[in-house]
Design a protein around this ligand. Structure first.
Ligand SMILES: NC(=O)c1ccc[n+]([C@@H]2O[C@H](COP(=O)([O-])OP(=O)(O)OC[C@H]3O[C@@H](n4cnc5c(N)ncnc54)[C@H](OP(=O)(O)O)[C@@H]3O)[C@@H](O)[C@H]2O)c1
Length: 379
C-alpha cells in the first residue's frame, strides 16, 4: 500500500452501529467513509442538521466526550456516483436490508466486499435466495458480530455506552463451506481490502476487532443469538427492564433455548460435529461448541449476561416496541421457525419460538393500538 492509498468504504445505514464504526474509522484510519442515505431528503437533513458531520458521545470514556468528524462525501440513490462499490458495510436493521440494498445492486459485483453488521440470523438466506440469485455475480461476503452498545438519547445524540468489541469472518455463501481452514484468515488479511482496513492495528485495537474463521465467529454468533432470542422478545412482551425478571425467567428461557438448540444443531451440523471431525488437525483452529452451546449452560449464561450484568438495561426490542418501530423478531425467533420448516421438521418442533414471535408482534400491535385508541385499562 502506498502512502497516498485510501480505501473507500460505503456505509448503508448510518444509525447507531453505522456511526460507531464510521467515527472510529475516521479517527484511526485514512479511509474515505461514504454514508448512503435512503433518500435525497435524508441526505439533505444530515448535511443541514448535522453540518455534514458524524458524531457520537463516548460515555464510557472519562468526561464522556462528544466526538465529531466531517464526512467528505455522502450519497443517496438519486445522487449515487454509479461506480462499482469496493467495500460496503450494511448496518440497517435486518428487515430493512433488502429494500436498502436494492438501489445499489447494479454496483455490487464479484469484486465487492460486503459486510453485514446486524443482530439475528437469516440474512444470508435472504441474500442467496432473493437478492444475489446469480451465483456467478456474488460479492465477497463477511459477517460482523458487534457487541458494542449504542443508543440514541432524547436529544437525538448517539451514545456509545458499552465498549465490547466486534468479531469478523468471511461468510460462506453455501453450507458446504461452513468450515474454514486457518489459511483463509491469513489470505484475507494479506489480500482483501476490507479485512486489511478493519484489521489495521490502531483501528482494530481501539474498536476491539477480532478476525477469525467462520466457524469461530459462528459459535459466538449463535451464543449471542440465544441471548437475543430470550431477552429481546420476553422483555418486549412483558414491557420490563432486564433485571426485573432475573429470578423468574428460568423456565421460559429454558424452553426457548432448548428448542432453538435442537433446530440449530441440525441446521449447523458441521459446527456441532466439528470437534469429532477436525479436532487435532493443525490446519483448523481448536474449538468445542458442544461445551458452550448446551441448554443448561446457555440458560445460566443468558440469565447472567442479560439479567445480571445488564440488569438496568432496556432491550432494543422493548425500546423499538415502546417507540412503535418495527421489531427484528423475523430474524431472531422467526428465523428458528423458518429453519424448522425448511428442514421439514414437524411444526410442533418450533412451537415455542412461534408463540414467542407471535407474542412479541402482538405486544407491538397493542402498543400501536393504544397510541390510537387509548389505554382501555385506565377507562
Ligand atoms: N444499537 C446497538 O447497540 C446494537 C448492538 C448490536 C447489534 N445491533 C444490531 O445492529 C443492526 C443495526 O442496528 P442500529 O441500532 O444501528 O439501528 P438504527 O440505529 O435504526 O440504524 C439503522 C439505520 O439504517 C438506515 N436505513 C434504513 N433503511 C434504509 C435505506 N433504505 N437506505 C439507507 N439507509 C437506511 C436508517 O435510516 P433512517 O433513519 O432513514 O431510517 C438508520 O440510520 C441491527 O440488526 C441491530 O440489532 C445494534
Amino acid at each position: 500500500m502506498t502512502a497516498t492509498h485510501r480505501t473507500t468504504i460505503h456505509i448503508l445505514g448510518l444509525g447507531a452501529m453505522g456511526t460507531v464504526l464510521a467515527v472510529d474509522l475516521l479517527r484511526f484510519t485514512n479511509a474515505l467513509v461514504v454514508p448512503l442515505f435512503r433518500s435525497q431528503e435524508r441526505l439533505a437533513q444530515f448535511q443541514e442538521a448535522n453540518g455534514n458531520k458524524t458524531s457520537i458521545r463516548k460515555i464510557y470514556l472519562e468526561g464522556a466526550p462528544l466526538l465529531s468528524y466531517p464526512i467528505e462525501r455522502s450519497e443517496c440513490p438519486e445522487s449515487f456516483s454509479k461506480k462499482p462499490i469496493d467495500n460496503l458495510v450494511v448496518t440497517t436493521k435486518t428487515y430493512q436490508t433488502k429494500e436498502a440494498l436494492a438501489p445499489y445492486l447494479p454496483y455490487i459485483n464479484e469484486n465487492t466486499n460486503l459486510i453485514l453488521i446486524q443482530n439475528g440470523l437469516g440474512i444470508l438466506q435472504l441474500l442467496r435466495e432473493e437478492i444475489f440469485i446469480d451465483s456467478k455475480n456474488r460479492p465477497n461476503l463477511f459477517q460482523g458480530v458487534i457487541s458494542h452498545g449504542v443508543y440514541q438519547d432524547n436529544a437525538g445524540v448517539l451514545n456509545h455506552a458499552g465498549w465490547a468489541g466486534m468479531k469478523i469472518a468471511r461468510l460462506p455463501w453455501t453450507d458446504e463451506d461452513m468450515i474454514q481452514k486457518k489459511i483463509i484468515v491469513k489470505q484475507d488479511l494479506a489480500n482483501n481490502s476490507l479485512v486489511k482496513l478493519l484489521m489495521e492495528p490502531k483501528f482494530a485495537k481501539e474498536f476491539g476487532m477480532e478476525h477469525s474463521t467462520y466457524q469461530e465467529m459462528l459459535s459466538g454468533q449463535l451464543f449471542k443469538f440465544l441471548v437475543n432470542a430470550c431477552i429481546n422478545p420476553v422483555t418486549a412482551t412483558l414491557d420490563c427492564i432486564n433485571g426485573e425478571i432475573k429470578d423468574s425467567c428460568g423456565p421460559i428461557f429454558r424452553s426457548i433455548i432448548d428448542e432453538c438448540l435442537q433446530i440449530l444443531r441440525l441446521a449447523y451440523k458441521p459446527l456441532f460435529e466439528y470437534r469429532e471431525k477436525f479436532g487435532g488437525n493443525d490446519e483448523y483452529p481448536d474449538m468445542n461448541v458442544n461445551e458452550v452451546l448446551t441448554t443448561d449452560n446457555m440458560v445460566s449464561e443468558v440469565t447472567r449476561i442479560g439479567c445480571d450484568i445488564n440488569a438496568k438495561n432496556s432491550s432494543s426490542m422493548r425500546q423499538d416496541s415502546l417507540f412503535l418501530r418495527d421489531i427484528e423478531i423475523e430474524f431472531i425467533n422467526g428465523y428458528v421457525v423458518r429453519l424448522a420448516s425448511k428442514l421439514n421438521l414437524d411444526p410442533n418442533s418450533s412451537k415455542v419460538n412461534k408463540t414467542i414471535q407471535e407474542m412479541a408482534s402482538l405486544r407491538l400491535a397493542l402498543n400501536r393500538s393504544r397510541k390510537i385508541n387509548g389505554d382501555w385499562r385506565s377507562e
